[in-house]
Design a protein around this ligand. Structure first.
Ligand SMILES: [Zn+2]
Length: 379
């Protein structure tokens, strides 16, 4: 898995200014403080299926009970007049879902508050839940509950830091985090396990900081032998994301990859994502002003230089599996040969696993991948 976006979580009692002042408070002042995150478990969708024991649905604006203790699953469908509830005549703009237990949205088991909003682009389903509980389910999806406990603890700290940072960045947005690889992969509480609960509680409130602020705790699945600097991949220099050799991720067996992309496919995607027009005359290897690998695409009247990461975004993160690749031109095709999975910046999850298997603890793992960041207990 990989996270990419960099991101004030809400305290359970309301919005809370999270910044220097908070970090300067002694940890004891924050003990017992809980934080919640707003997850977009579905976004811009036409419909969702909801179910649960004694499922009850309230109008999100006026709080009237629309559906009381339903034993059947209910389909919610987006409509310009409001949300259509199968078998009911109401058309609310938003609804709040409640179930005694087993609340599921599209089969995904959730805890906490769940609200569905009618937006211009379709339905938006928001699950608001305690940050530590979110992490407990998250670890089972981002890694695996069967991975060594010290790797899970390192992931808990990285994911907590990432979530808090994301909340800070998205204070005025509809939600803090999506549940896909765009942020962090969350598949609901079904992925919670004894090991993930242990990893989260053992590191409760611990975050990586730099300069008194939460760090940009980026991570990825497998670096393929060397992590990359934030400068190389994203063009921003970040002191603790400098990149280094990684001898620990050899367990990532499917690290090497090859893919063939036609020039017409490249042209189509360049048109969609970069407004490119006209034929592609030539594609050549080049280097960026900072000396990193890049690709020059030459057209009849236009020219474009893309870093490896930018080209990956254009072609698709599921097409070019990592930012570490070279290519050869073969007639009307580009043959890409790469290593690793993900952007390669920050913690390599397979490397964390390898370090844990060699007896390193989570602090050593975090220190390797976020070398100049500090580990602090926020609550
Ligand atoms: Zn690695």
């Amino acid at each position: 898995m990989e996270n990419r976006n960099l991101g004030l979580c809400r305290s359970h009692t309301g919005w809370l200014l999270f910044g220097l002042v908070l970090f300067l408070q002694p940890a004891s002042a924050l003990s017992g403080q809980g934080y919640s995150v707003r997850l977009a478990v579905a976004n811009s969708v036409k419909s969702v299926q909801v179910e649960g024991q004694r499922l009850t649905i309230l109008d999100g604006d006026v709080r009237d009970v629309l559906v009381k203790e339903s034993k059947k699953a209910i389909k919610l469908t987006a409509d310009p007049a409001g949300i259509v509830l199968s078998g009911y005549s109401h058309r609310p703009r938003s609804v709040i879902l409640w179930a005694k237990s087993g609340l599921k949205v599209n089969g995904r088991l959730l805890v906490g508050e769940v609200e569905v909003f009618m937006k211009k682009s379709g339905l938006l389903v928001i699950n608001r839940l305690d940050l530590e509980r979110y992490l407990t389910g998250l670890l089972g999806a981002e890694m695996s509950a069967s991975w060594p406990i010290e790797a899970l603890k390192a992931q808990a700290v990285a994911s907590r830091t990432f979530a808090i940072r994301r909340c800070l960045d998205r204070e005025n947005h509809d939600f803090d985090l999506s549940t896909s690889t765009l942020d962090q992969v969350y598949k609901g509480i079904a992925r919670e396990a004894h090991s993930t609960k242990k990893a989260v509680s053992a590191t409760r409130g611990e975050v990586l900081t730099y300069g008194g602020m939460p760090a940009e705790a980026l991570f990825h699945s497998c670096c393929g032998g060397r992590t990359r600097s934030a400068q190389e991949v994203f063009g921003n220099q970040v002191a603790y994301l400098s990149g280094a050799k990684d001898p620990y991720c050899s367990g990532c067996k499917s690290s090497d990859w090859k893919v063939r992309v036609t020039l017409s496919e490249l042209k189509k995607k360049l048109k969609r994502r970069k407004g490119w027009s006209g034929p592609i005359v030539r594609v050549v290897k080049t280097t960026s002003p900072k000396g990193f690998r890049a690709t020059r695409i030459i057209g009849k009247s236009a020219e474009l230089v893309l870093s490896n990461h930018e080209l990956r975004v254009v072609l698709g993160l599921d097409v070019l599996l990592s930012s570490e690749f070279v290519f050869e031109v073969e007639g009307t095709n580009l043959l890409f040969t790469g290593r690793g999975r993900g952007h390669g910046v920050g913690m390599c999850q397979w490397g964390a696993r390898g370090m844990a298997e060699k007896g390193k603890d989570y602090k050593a793992i975090l220190n390797k991948y976020y070398t100049r960041a500090d580990l602090r207990k926020l609550y």
